[in-house]
Design a protein around this ligand. Structure first.
Ligand code: ADP
Ligand code: MG
Length: 241
């Protein structure tokens, strides 16, 4: 007789406590004599291991949403919490530490340093943090391998990598600090459709494997299929897709 042991299951996306939570976030920019509302009472919870895609036309507020979530911009009103901690209540120093330790950011352009190899792009972050070099090298190599860069490619500088490979290095670098929140802004805009699809596939994989709460901003609707949830930004308002 065999006893049936229930298979342990990971909580479904949406059932775990949110790693990132925005509540009624409003952000305005100065605009002549008035102010332009870039985010209008936006609320969003993202659970560990969940990939949320945010679509919407150019100028609708997608990058502003990421900047607020990254604590790079402070909203006029509303609340931004990372790992359950209200970021407005932190000191500047604590917020900087939070950003470094808990938040990974992938911008549109890879912004890699031209003189560093792929592996060194990741290690440059460690050096600043005084981490142990050998352990860090092993981890950098492992992460780059996991995003599809073999040993030879890991030793190349950015100009000898393709656009897709550079974006992979960018993603690996964002993951290097072990973030719980991953914010990705139009990662495929410099890539053709096929490469773009593969980068989004990678982001979905990374989200599962590293259990990050991932927000992927894109205006390319063809890339939304991989997301657990699709939201649409229009004139600063976030709605279900
Ligand atoms: P998206 O990423 O969807 O293209 P953004 O968040 O960049 O949208 O911009 C939302 C709105 O805010 C746009 O009208 C844009 O012109 C305006 N905006 C963005 N950044 C600034 C800024 N630093 N100062 C003033 N207005 C800005
Ligand atoms: Mg943008």
């Amino acid at each position: 007789m065999t006893a049936t042991v229930p298979t342990p299951r990971e909580p479904l996306p949406g059932t775990a406590a949110p790693a990132l939570s925005l509540e009624g976030v409003t952000l305005t920019y100065p605009d002549g004599d008035r102010r332009l509302t870039a985010l209008d009472a936006v609320s969003l919870d993202v659970a560990p291991g969940e990939l949320v895609a945010v679509a919407g036309p150019s100028g609708s507020g997608k990058s502003s949403l990421l900047a607020v979530a990254a604590t790079l911009l402070r909203p006029d009103s509303g609340r931004v919490a990372v790992g359950g901690r209200d970021t407005a209540r932190m000191s500047d120093g604590d917020r900087t530490a939070l950003r470094r330790e808990r938040i990974g950011i992938v911008f549109q352009q890879a912004n890699l340093l031209p003189s560093l190899t792929a592996e060194e792009q990741l290690l440059a972050v460690t050096h600043l943090r005084g981490g142990r070099v050998r352990e860090a090298r092993g981890r950098a190599a492992g992460l780059l391998e996991s995003v599809g860069l073999d040993a030879a490619k890991r030793r190349r500088r950015p100009h000898r990598l393709s656009g897709g490979e550079r974006q992979r290095v960018n993603i690996a670098r964002a993951l290097f600090g072990g973030p719980s929140v991953l914010l990705v802004d139009e990662p495929t805009s410099a890539l053709d459709h096929e490469r773009g699809e593969r980068v989004v596939e990678l982001l979905a994989e990374v989200t599962r494997r590293h259990r990050t709460a991932t927000v992927l901003v894109t205006h390319d609707r063809a890339l939304l299929g991989r997301a657990d949830r699709v939201l649409v930004m229009r004139d600063g308002r976030l709605t279900e897709g």
